[in-house]
Ligand binder design. Structure first.
Ligand code: ASP
Length: 364
């Protein structure tokens, strides 16, 4: 009798939980980090600077019409995203980790200038992510009549809350901008004026927002068996992006590869991964690799991939041990290099991981 009664209590509790989770409103945490979306023009200088977050919410009363539980957090201090750095990535990631169990999704309001870098960095930082983290912002401040910020924010919130059978529709780090949802680590900022400021040339959009939001489920990453969320916050910033150009001098090239403490180089090459065939250039790279500096080959082209050995102008890079970045963006590549170097791995392991997909940033 006693046992039956306690079984009954358990069942009752289970049913109550099911009922309350059914009725429970979805919840979204908006993290405001700064950027044009929340900026105002300073009367004297005319420059744009970030403002208080309450002003943003005040400009978008539409958010209250969602049947959602929306809460907000603010990065302290709010910044123009040109001031983004690894410690801000850590602050953002820790905020998400702290509130992870209390929300169904996260929206990060961020300046457009470095949004693709932050989206890439965050994508590597989380293990076992199974909720959406949507970065968005705008080209015009939210207080302006023609702002693109309202649509970007409202739809990002809707996507962050979107679920099917109790599971998030887009459980990855994304950028939403101008009616398109992209995998974050595949995006680049491609225009400083147009509302369509972002592109993802080597990977299709995850969703398009029109009358309905149409999700391309086949391109969205769906995690299998999950553990608890883990955040890795270490980055190594002893890295450089070195863009090859016709006429690059031995002196400049050599000086950069000899920076004391240098650990990694994203080498931005021509076309499918090509560089001048000058002996001094190959020798300089060879010496750097001998010193355990990792050289990652990324194309300067927006689309396509590095194929070392396709031309005479890249075969030597392959021979001396340059790593192919395949079709990664520069943003995904430099943040991945900083992240992997920060994890205390052996150089050879960093090279192996650079070449593999960690979070869908590279097509293998
Ligand atoms: N400079 C601004 C920023 O990145 C530009 C923007 O938000 O669009 O913070």
């Amino acid at each position: 009798m006693h046992a039956n009664y306690s079984e009954f209590n358990k069942l009752q509790l289970h049913l109550n939980c099911m009922a309350s989770s059914k009725n429970k409103k979805s919840s979204v945490l908006i993290i405001y980090t700064g950027g044009t979306i929340g900026m105002v023009q300073q009367p004297k200088s005319g420059t744009l600077t970030p403002v208080r977050f309450e002003q943003i919410l005040h400009e978008v009363p539409e958010l209250n019409k969602f049947n959602l539980n929306i809460k907000t957090e603010v990065l302290n201090p709010v910044i123009d995203s040109s001031n983004m750095n690894t410690s801000n990535w850590e602050k953002i990631a820790k905020k998400i980790k702290k509130h992870y169990n209390d929300f169904d999704g996260f929206v990060i309001l961020h300046g457009t200038d470095t949004m693709a870098y932050t989206a890439s960095a965050l994508s590597y930082m989380f293990d076992n992510l199974d909720k959406p983290i949507i970065l968005t912002g705008s080209q015009l401040p939210i207080g302006m009549l023609r702002t693109d910020g309202k649509e970007n924010l409202i739809t990002s919130v809707e996507i962050a809350a979107a679920q099917k059978n109790g599971k998030s529709l887009v459980p990855e780090v994304c950028v939403y901008f101008d009616f398109k949802l992209f995998r974050g680590n595949r995006t680049v900022k491609s225009d400083s004026e147009l509302f369509s400021a972002f592109h993802s040339v080597n990977y299709p959009e995850l969703a398009i927002a029109g009358v309905d939001i149409k999700y391309s489920n086949e391109y969205i990453y769906h995690p299998g068996n999950k553990g608890i969320l883990k955040v890795n916050t270490n980055f190594n910033d002893n890295v450089v992006i070195l863009k090859i150009f016709p006429g690059i001098s031995q002196n400049v090239f050599n000086s950069i590869l000899n920076i004391p403490g240098l650990k990694g180089v994203v080498l931005e090459t021509f076309g499918s991964g090509n560089v001048p065939t000058s002996r001094w250039l190959i020798n300089c790279i060879k010496r750097a690799i001998k010193k355990d500096i990792i050289i990652l080959n990324i194309t300067q082209c927006e689309g396509g991939r590095v194929v070392m050995g396709q031309y005479e102008t890249s075969i030597e890079l392959l021979n001396v041990g340059v790593v192919s970045g395949k079709d990664m963006t520069v943003e995904a590549a430099i943040t991945k290099l900083m992240f992997l170097l920060g994890q205390g791995l052996h150089t050879e392991d960093v090279k192996i991981y650079l070449n593999k997909s960690l979070r869908g940033e590279i097509s293998e």
